[in-house]
Design a protein around this ligand. Sequence first.
Ligand code: ZN
Ligand code: ZN
Length: 572
Amino acid sequence: MTKEEYITQDFCEEKPVWRTGRMEYLTESTWYKKIEISCCDDRSATVLNRFFSYLNMEKLSPVDKLIKGQKRIMEKRLEKKHQREKSKIDQKMREVKKLPKNFMDWIDETAMAHSRYIYYQYSRKKYMDGYCTHCHSDVKVSGVKHRKIGVCPNCGKKVLFLAAGKATRILDHGEAVYFQKTKKGFVVRFFSIYKYYGKHYKMPEIRTLELKRIFYEDTKCLKYEWRNFKQTGEMRWCAGWDCYTFYDAACYTANLEKVLTGTPYQYCAIKQFADRYEGAGVNVPYYLLRYGSKPFIEYMVKAGLNHMVEELTQPWYFFGEYNQNGKNLLEVLGVTREQFRFIQQNDMYSFEFRTYKKMLSQKNCKIPEDFRSFCQQYERDISLILELMEYTTLHKVERYCSQQTTEKQPYFAVMQLWRDYLRFAVKLGYNMKNSFVLFPKRLIQAHDDAADAVRKMEEKELREKMKLENERAKSLLEQYRKIYSWTDGKLSVVVPEDLFSIREEGHNLHHCVANYTHDVAEGKTIILFIRRNAEPTKSFYTMEVMDKNIKQCQGFGHCEQTEEVKNFVNAY
Ligand SMILES: [Zn+2]
Ligand SMILES: [Zn+2]
């Protein structure tokens, strides 16, 4: 053992073996035992004491000094390893250049576009004194309310009105992204922003932290984050790992085209997407990732389908509804040119798009003009409204359901009740073109009557089906009677009269033999009753025989056989 290395000799094997294990592992105590190690002679102790004198820890026992010495060597090695890792990271970080001079202004003015207020001093006067945090000017406002959205009379930007006395502490959060060229590609830098308006709302504090950097080099992407380095307590750039997510970051777009030129992302249209409105959020890592596999995102942005792209570039997105092999957008979406224009005009969300496609495939389904509010109103159950629209127009559906709505039966409950009623009516063969059938005056009554009629009809159908099967079963049961009937004097095996008696047996004994009638009629299985000779008509046990073997034998409520029955069955 030297001061930089250690080695252990293991005498457990036949021949001594050299290992790299440490003393500390030998002494680690477990919950059931604690191991103490000490020197076996004074000479060893002296040797250890002399060797570890450099530790300056005279109080420790010789063995503890040995443990300490090994630990120190390990720590030094780890430190060296960390140093190597850190200098590699630092070297990569040197590729990152300075931010442009106007970057912090851009953060405040654009990336934090959602954080714009007019603070006003409440008074009874027509015009109140206000201050716009965006254009930093004093303005006169009138007819405004606390926490209402409006427009600044000076800069014309959308703002939120705040009564100066009521809003004393506002903390807003924002995210921003900056693209920068590197030798091998580009780096995306991610910033987390906090803007705090205290009592002195004219002087908000803004704090910007750079937390993440992703280097894009051809098809590779290397991630770095600002965090605690390997739990050492040192905050610095570290490699890998996804601690922070930036799903909604404003992009600095002034240099974007130049940065992406010559990279695989040159035509990804992210600049246009990021500029769709001031401070618009982009999930940059997912945008670039998805663009790699779904290049049609570019066409969607150029066609102005921003809502779809917003959803497509989030991690939770499901691609099922797009034909990803389509050569153009019409093929990707599976629509005609005219339908595409409608989708475009509405800048549809994917939920709306799904609904739209469903309606296109439904017969006689007129697409409502104000498509967005239609989708919003029926969002909680779009299939319900679409089913009702199979029978009549949206206008008539809404009129009828509103008429039927009461305090006890709210609008959506009426829709469901009516849908059930209409399904019954179809089953009963009513004329669905007749408006007396379609729009019953007293819906609840009509629903209950129709439900009753359907139940009766179904029972009748079931009985008729059983009758038919019973005819078939009769001759089978006749044959069985000759083969399977038996008695030992106390108990008997009885072959059922017909399928109805099997069903009754199931009801009497509370088990599920009634479900077997169909198989009995088909000859797939055989059901036999065990009865006491003293009470030959009273249900006792039921037996299933298949391929000449007894498969099961059950009494009341699935109960097991008693000794008596067991012996009887065995004798049988
Ligand atoms: Zn303003
Ligand atoms: Zn119902």
